[in-house]
Design a protein around this ligand. Structure first.
Ligand code: SAH
Length: 219
């Protein structure tokens, strides 16, 4: 139930069926998490009824909460089983962090805009995801004190894969990140760390994200 006493779980179930299952999301744990996390609690109140639509929704400060399918696609690419420590870059509303927290053991999330980090903290606390760590900083440098991570999820488009994030990935871990031109199309890459020095890369197709701004991102 949300604050108005309205239960949007029907909309949530329809979103999972029509936007995720039909497009090939098949990890049962990801589908379950997407069906459980109340996405309407992470968008501004006046946009609550857009929360389950098949597109990104504005969350203030010129930023958006990603389309449900993209959140599910990135979560599925991380192949989480429940014991992992995950780094989430670009907290935004906190929604993706909540989905990841439903799939992994511990989530560390970084947002560069203080107002959004504060709002995300509120959204996560209100929905019971009090265990997610949120800090306001430049996520392109990662979170060295908490590294290594079994999964890293970057929700903003980078010019290239930040070296710090590759370094903070555990061997066997996966990094999902959109890489491409500023304000244009990016390719969603999944990078797996095979050993200390070897990485393997796969592409999940074209996506469009807001730019990753920072020392190892766009200026
Ligand atoms: N995952 C979010 C959506 C994020 S939109 C959600 O579920 O709502 C991308 C976010 O990345 C924006 O909030 C933007 O401010 C943030 N961002 C951009 N560059 C960043 C950086 N270097 N470090 C941390 N956050 C960054």
């Amino acid at each position: 139930m949300n604050k108005d006493g309205q239960d949007l779980s029907d909309m949530r179930r329809a979103m999972v069926r029509c936007q995720l299952v039909t497009r090939g999301i098949s990890d049962g744990r990801v589908l379950e998490a997407m069906e459980r996390v109340p996405r309407e609690q992470f968008v501004p109140e006046h946009l609550r009824f857009e929360a389950y639509e098949d597109h990104p929704v504005p969350i203030g400060q010129g930023q958006t909460i990603s389309q449900p399918y993209i959140v599910a696609l990135m979560a599925e690419a991380l192949c989480l089983k429940g014991r992992e420590r995950v780094l989430d870059i670009g907290t935004g509303s906190g929604y993706a962090a909540a989905v990841l927290a439903s799939l992994a053991l511990e989530v560390f999330s970084i947002e560069r805009i203080p107002e959004l980090a504060a709002q995300a903290r509120k959204n996560l606390d209100r929905t019971g995801f009090t265990q997610v760590h949120v800090k306001c900083a430049d996520g392109t440098l990662g979170w060295p004190e908490a590294a290594p991570f079994d999964g890293i999820c970057v929700a903003a488009g980078a010019p290239a894969v930040p070296a710090a994030l590759k370094q903070q990935l555990a061997v066997g871990g996966r990094l999902v990140i959109p890489v491409g031109t500023e304000g244009g199309l990016q390719q969603l890459l999944c990078i797996t760390r095979l050993s200390d020095s070897e990485y393997e890369q796969a592409s999940y197709g074209d996506v469009r994200f807001v730019p990753l701004l920072g020392e190892e991102g766009w200026p």
